[in-house]
Design a protein around this ligand. Structure first.
Ligand code: BES
Ligand code: MN
Length: 459
């Protein structure tokens, strides 16, 4: 038997044990945004470091950053073989709304073919699958390829310390290719490879009017209501074609050529699927693009939250003193979050009325990225997926963001292969997040095939 076959066999023999162990990882509530969970985040980091050590990975470290730690490890004994940097994140999103979970988010539960837990699809399941793939290979002898592990604990808060970490450890992170496991496929039958991600620029816009809340009967019609002024400003941020009106917003956006449009058109997701996955009564968006194009290849602006005035039970006749909106833009490759910040300020300088004052605070930013679909490492990933799923992958652009991909391109000049196994129906960030177990087990096999496949390529 070849090393590949025996590693695959080993993974199959251990499916039950893997499932049990994954559940222990998922039980650690490593919510990066909540200060109260800092000890849990650190626990998850140590748990991963122990996993790496138990697999005979060298120089395993839990490295401090200005925020949550980064787990690092390496295996560099495959002389003459490429170095693959494996990326993952062990932090998760908050679990609320808690009362909508059928079983508690940090008590992982199998129902049918699904494993339910916060973070199971985004992305503890994937990084765990990768570790088990490495473990299965390592049980057969020396690993066929050199590996470095970069597993962070701040992805879900925008990776605020990752840029400086990469700057400080350039040599340590030097590699030939990056395997990013934080990705998904279209359906259990139709694998896909993500070759682009959107960036994110996230802001708070606060509008202030009178110095305190006023009686709306005594003062309504005398001063500009900040809630109304805010809504007017927000409404002006799109035109009637669904385009964003911030000055210069589309200047750096690459046109989708016919060739790429044809590639994206191979994604079989229909408008009916989008309707079903969202539950919305109708679709909406920028004119002239399909839903799949709008979400992957076009930048967008969303209001993520609105706070103003009286929102309790019953009625209160109040004219609020202030109003706040959380606004974020999803950016595509070549756009940059600092430019977009300036564009937002320019829009407000031009359009904000004299009747209010305003302030913008930037909360999170990360750039988008696009990769060459024909890169050798991406072909290896495509072959691995086809061998395991029995179908060739289609290529897709991901609408979500993972800041590390652009950071590694910009700072180290290395491209990333996105290879992961969540589904559009996994409910990431929402209640009852789940991972389809057949995809999890096929994921382990795909990673085994990817790592053995890439070993044949020249560094
Ligand atoms: N795992 C997601 C990104 C993703 C979504 C990959 C779907 C593949 C399929 C990632 O953890 C995420 O949620 N990113 C945040 C980033 C933000 C906080 C900077 C996002 O996109 O909102
Ligand atoms: Mn996420």
């Amino acid at each position: 038997m070849t090393i590949l076959d025996s590693a695959l066999q080993c993974a199959r023999n251990n499916q039950e044990a893997h499932l049990e162990e994954l559940q222990r990882f998922l039980a650690i509530p490593s919510i990066s945004t909540l200060t109260a969970h800092k000890p849990d985040v650190e626990h998850a980091a140590r748990w991963l470091a122990d996993q790496l050590k138990s697999m005979d990975i060298d120089n395993v470290e839990v490295m401090p950053t200005g925020g949550h730690p980064i787990v690092y490890g390496e295996w560099l004994r495959a002389e003459g073989k490429p170095v693959v940097l494996v990326y993952g994140h062990y932090d998760v999103q908050p679990a609320d709304p808690l009362d909508e979970w059928e079983t508690p988010p940090f008590e992982p539960t199998v129902r049918g073919d699904e494993l339910y837990a916060r973070g199971v699809a985004d992305m503890k399941g994937q990084i765990f699958a990768l570790l088990k793939a490495v473990g299965a290979l390592h049980q057969q002898g020396p690993l066929p390829v050199n590996l470095k592990f970069l597993i962070e604990g701040e992805e879900e808060v925008g990776s605020p310390h990752l840029g400086e970490f990469i700057d400080a450890h350039r040599e340590k992170l030097d590699c030939d290719a990056v395997l990013n496991c934080d990705a998904g496929i279209l359906t259990p039958e139709q694998p896909s490879i993500t070759y682009a991600l959107r960036g994110l620029a996230y802001f708070e816009l606060e509008v202030r009017g009178p110095s305190k809340d006023l009686h709306s009967g005594l003062f309504g019609g005398v001063v500009h209501n900040p809630a109304q002024a805010l809504c007017e400003l927000l409404a002006g941020m799109h035109d009637d074609q669904g385009r964003v009106t911030l000055p210069g917003f589309y200047d750096k956006v690459r046109d989708l050529g016919d060739e790429e449009r044809a590639v994206l058109a191979q994604d079989p997701t229909t408008d009916q699927d989008w309707l079903q996955n969202t539950g919305a009564p109708a679709l909406w968006g920028e004119a002239g693009y399909t839903a799949t194009e709008r979400v992957g290849a076009r930048p967008t602006l969303d209001v993520n939250g609105l706070i103003s005035g009286f929102t309790g039970e019953g009625s209160k006749t109040v004219l609020p003193a202030k109003a706040l909106a959380k606004i974020s833009m999803r950016l595509v490759a070549d756009q940059n979050s600092a430019d977009v910040h300036q564009q937002l300020l320019a829009y407000l300088r031009k359009n904000a009325p004299k009747t209010i004052t305003w302030e913008v605070r930037e909360l999170v930013h990360g750039d988008g990225a696009i990769m060459n679909r024909n890169a050798p490492a991406i072909r290896v990933a495509a072959e691995a997926l086809e061998a395991v799923f029995g179908a060739a992958p289609v290529f897709k652009r991901e609408g979500g963001s993972i800041p590390v991909v652009a950071l590694l391109q910009q700072k180290l000049g290395v491209d990333t292969v996105m290879l992961g196994f969540s589904l559009p129906t996994s409910g990431i960030h929402g209640p009852n997040e789940k991972l389809h177990l057949p995809c999890f087990f096929r994921g382990i096999e795909t990673y085994i095939r990817f790592l053995t496949g890439i070993a044949h390529h020249k560094p």
